[in-house]
Design a protein around this ligand. Sequence first.
Ligand code: ASP
Length: 295
Amino acid sequence: MPDDMVEGHIDGMRNAIAAGWSVLERGGSALDAVEEAVVIMEDDEIFDAGRGSFLNRDGKVQLDALIMDGATLRAGGVGCVERLPNPVRAARKILSESPHVYFVGEGAERFAAEHGCELCRNEDLVIPREVERLRRYQAEANSHGKELFAPSSDDVTISHDTVGAVALDSNGNIAAATSTGGTLNKAPGRLGDSSLIGCGCYANNESAAVSTTGWGEPIMKLVLAKWTADRVAAGNLPEWAAQEAMNYLKQRVNGHGGIIVLDAQGQFGIAHNTPRMAWGFKTVKKEDAAVERAG
Ligand code: ASP
């Protein structure tokens, strides 16, 4: 993220933490907490989720989101939606009110509308900053004769602002949610890791709640969120598993990204192999939010 956006990221995370915490404080579920935290970040234009997301090759916003309950393993996901300002709300409706787990495109929007979610126009999700970012990227790609496709996955200079949250509630249940606009200049219809179970998001009380960000394609190939949760189930600390996940991502598929991991005992880990990552947490003892630089 550029230097002038650091404060905005920290503010956005503090607001998300406050929303999630207020659910937990009154005895609410981890599932409700991650939903509320992610809604705050979807509503905040600074992040690549909801309004203000990166634009695809056609200049449209296309969103993916997943939410998962570690107690029951119920999950809800939406992919390639264009008219939902809060895709995580639709994902939650799928989790709670549908026998299915995943909806895409127009069918997802129809399901969401039928279950009380507000629909908007795609233009309402597009902001001038992103129109300009896409214009600059496409002009640059053209001038180098590059194929007008998503930037390559080893380009760590293009930011990733996917949002995610993990939480543990007073009943000992954990949950995770991830929401994204995906990658800049992506091909229409391209789905990333964020909304796929076990890739960009996973939760199981018996292992861990995990949310990832970064280039989706390498993360998908490793089913990275589940890979990490399995390391925790095998007895490793979330902190170690998070770091190992980033090492594995780099070594095995030359991927880059970041990850947050939380187990049902409240132990957590945060790691990234990108130049920077924004993260924040709150426990009964401590609150912190930071934009961390690598190395
Ligand atoms: N993982 C997201 C995707 O590939 C992008 C990101 O995390 O910024 O769609």
